[in-house]
Design a protein around this ligand. Structure first.
Ligand code: 6R9
Length: 683
């Protein structure tokens, strides 16, 4: 099924208010000398070295950060556009590159430090040697279950050390992991497991969040049931225990299907498994993300190109040195966690912090306490977390004795005002900030400042990275020049090593979603004819810095998490009473955007609180609590065009208190005022 790109949505997303906040903010902040003096990347000729005439060979520098079993012969193979292949002929193992090769020098250095939510439990430190031992044991266990290179495994696990251990064990065998964010429901997990063809689900019994031990195993039982109903059974469930030998779930273990990992591991103590040498373009993992249709897209990331790109950006944009303590607060269940908690940082021998829980529990001092205790000096988080922490306790960072040299923001646009609090209060004016724009599809950062080379500009991501030729195009494909003060669609004109290899099992959808818009000649083998359409609106200032304004498609970015409006609408439609539903983004002070649901009922049903509750419950069980709507409005009818298309743009304007514009051409213009009064009152 092709994704439809609705350009009429642009107006609703790129509101005048946002543009007004963003424009006219040309104040630069310069990196401090103490940062520049120690930075990994200070080469001012980098952009020349990565100019178009040196493309694609310039990316050799990225691949040379890795250890190859066999060096590649072709840097970029463009014979089957837009399925680009990088470093062809090369062979390597991602786990070897993240673990084994660091042993001679860093055997006794922390690879991960785990911070449990209960503050009376000690931190756990996993050295590279210990990581090596545990990954080998788990790889041996997976192998004994018959898993081999190319098989898929779904991992539905919270933020614990066992998650990266399991991922790396898969990578060691060439098994393709598909990690599903733990906050997703069992049903959402099942859909992803079925799509990927996973026969094994790896989960954990429970984990802490907001002071409570959540029962996570119950979701696995639901996932197994739904997968069976979908005709693609999950045969085995491997259950890690949050505390070995103390089971935290009410769900009984199912004989013959469920097994405790700690029991299985007994047979593999001290085992060693040779890393499987994989072709550079072999899939390392799948990562599902929301699109404009109801079905999530399983993006395929490669072993060589992906790892090379995340390693280079971890070293040069995150400025990670082995002696740093690096903490990215994202969840490993999202692309940020894969690229910048696990693969990139480990490839450059980082010490990476993994924490359980949320930033504001037991209080909003927790991140700064962790930073102080562990000596974190590189800190990476999202605008939503920053807004939340500022709101909860704006002075908290001042009470803790930590010092960051470097901070990152990712996932959503950051308001200049929030950026300044991050810089002055969290960073104590001693740290550089990089605002990194990228996506699940892109594997790694695309637009950001290089911290020692560029000044920062609050609210702007920055220029495109070296070797990334980004531009802003209008709907017809004409380039909007830098400094034109006009928004358009941000595109990347060239392939880069960590670009998605496609959507698992759906090559047509891949082409339609990302390339159909601007490709004029589907037979062309020249990469210049295949601009990558990212689905974000942006502006580019005269200095070349990009400002990302938001999605132009049916994706709502809630607290930095991508939710497809169609996925939410399908969930709402499972409620018996609901006839039609539309979901639109509402601006939110903390989360950036939150979903508002508009639903009309079938004849014979009256609006009631019960139906509203049922709608909320349907969303929570089908997708997960992260998708919980802010408001559910039960309306007499949804505004529609004469051809019957639901006008989400009008509803979005109502939710956000904007003018609905001219609605006289709609099939049912009178309903707009009824809805407006219901939502906004009659002010
Ligand atoms: C990495 C990640 C991707 C969407 C993307 C855009 C938004 C990401 C941003 C940003 C403004 C930034 N986004 N980084 N918007 N400034 N620095 O978040 O991946 O979950 O796939 O989301 O997030 O809208 O298209 P993903």
């Amino acid at each position: 099924m092709a994704d439809e790109i609705r350009t009429d949505y642009t107006e609703a997303e790129v509101t005048e208010a946002e543009v007004a906040v963003h424009w006219g903010e040309e104040d630069y902040y310069y990196p401090p000398m103490h940062f520049i003096a120690q930075a990994n990347m200070t080469d001012e000729t980098i952009y020349e070295r990565f100019s178009e005439e040196n493309f694609p060979e310039c990316f050799k520098e990225y691949a040379d950060l890795l250890d190859w079993d066999q060096y590649w012969h072709t840097t970029l193979d463009t014979s089957n556009p837009p399925f680009w292949k990088w470093f062809v002929g090369g062979k390597l193992n991602a786990c070897y590159n993240c673990v084994d090769r660091h042993l001679p020098k860093y055997r006794n250095k922390a690879a991960f430090i785990f911070v449990p939510e209960p503050e009376d439990e000690p931190h756990l430190v996993l050295t590279y040697q210990e990581l090596f031992v545990r990954v080998n044991e788990v790889a041996a266990m997976l192998q004994s279950l018959g898993l081999k290179a190319g098989d898929r495994v779904t991992i539905h696990m919270p933020m614990v050390l066992e998650l990266p251990i399991t991922m790396l064990a898969c990578a060691r065998l060439g098994v393709i992991h598909s990690v599903v964010f733990a906050g997703f429901s069992g049903k959402a997990c099942a859909e992803r497991a079925v799509d990927s063809g996973s026969k094994i689900l790896i989960t954990m019994d429970g984990y802490y969040r907001n002071g409570k031990m959540l029962d996570h195993k119950v979701k696995a039982d639901e996932a197994v049931q739904v997968a069976a109903e979908m005709g693609s059974p999950i045969e085995k469930v491997l259950v890690w225990r949050r505390y070995p030998r103390q089971y935290q779930s009410k769900a009984p273990m199912v004989e013959g299907r469920d097994v405790f990992v700690d029991d299985l591991l007994k047979a593999h103590r001290g085992a060693r498994v040779k890393p499987v040498s994989m072709p550079a373009e072999a899939p390392l993992f799948l990562m599902y993300t929301s699109g404009t249709t109801g079905k999530p897209k399983g993006h395929v990331h490669s072993t060589g190109g992906y790892l090379a790109y995340t390693a280079w950006t971890s070293k040069n944009i995150q400025d990670i040195h082995p002696e740093d303590v690096y903490w990215c607060m994202a969840d490993i269940g999202w692309i940020t966690g894969h690229s910048y908690i696990v693969y990139g940082p480990l490839a450059v021998a980082a010490t990476s912090v993994i924490y359980e829980g949320v930033p504001t529990y037991p209080d909003a001092g927790r991140p700064w306490r962790i930073a102080e205790q562990l000596g974190v000096n590189i800190f990476h988080t999202s605008p939503t977390a920053i807004r939340m922490l500022r709101k909860a306790d704006p002075e908290a960072p001042l009470r803790y004795n930590y010092e960051f040299k470097h901070m990152t923001t990712v996932g959503e646009p950051i308001e200049p005002d929030v950026w300044r609090w991050y810089f002055h209060v969290v960073g104590k004016e001693r740290a550089v900030i990089v605002d990194t724009w990228w996506q699940t599809e892109t594997g790694g950062f695309l637009c950001t400042t290089i911290p020692a080379l560029h000044p920062m500009k609050p609210g702007s991501a920055g220029p495109a990275l070296p070797g990334i030729y980004a531009a802003i195009l209008d709907d017809e494909g004409n380039e909007i020049p830098p400094g034109a003060g006009k928004a358009g669609n941000i595109v990347i004109r060239n392939p880069w090593p960590s670009i998605t290899q496609g959507i698992w099992g759906d090559p047509d959808r891949f082409i339609n979603t990302y390339y159909a818009k601007y490709n004029k000649d589907p037979n062309s083998k020249d990469w210049r004819d295949w601009p990558y359409f990212a689905g974000d609106a942006a502006t580019q200032a005269a200095d070349g810095y990009f400002r990302i304004l938001g999605r132009v498609d049916d994706v709502i970015n809630v607290a930095g998490h991508r939710l497809g409006t169609k996925e939410l609408e399908s969930a709402v439609l499972t409620v018996e009473a609901v006839a039609e539903a539309a979901v639109v983004p509402r601006h939110d002070e903390v989360k950036g955007r939150v979903p508002d649901v508009y639903a009309s009922l079938k004849p014979g049903y009256e609006p009631s609180e019960e139906i509203r509750q049922e709608i909320v419950r349907a969303i929570e069980t089908i997708i997960g609590k992260i998708a919980r709507p802010k408001n559910v409005y039960i309306v007499p009818d949804l505004p529609k065009t004469r051809s019957g298309k639901i006008m989400r743009r009008v509803l979005a304007a109502i939710s956000n208190g904007h003018d609905v514009g001219d609605v006289t051409t709609l099939a049912n213009p009178e309903v707009v005022e009824v809805i407006r009064q219901m939502v906004q009152g009659d002010e």
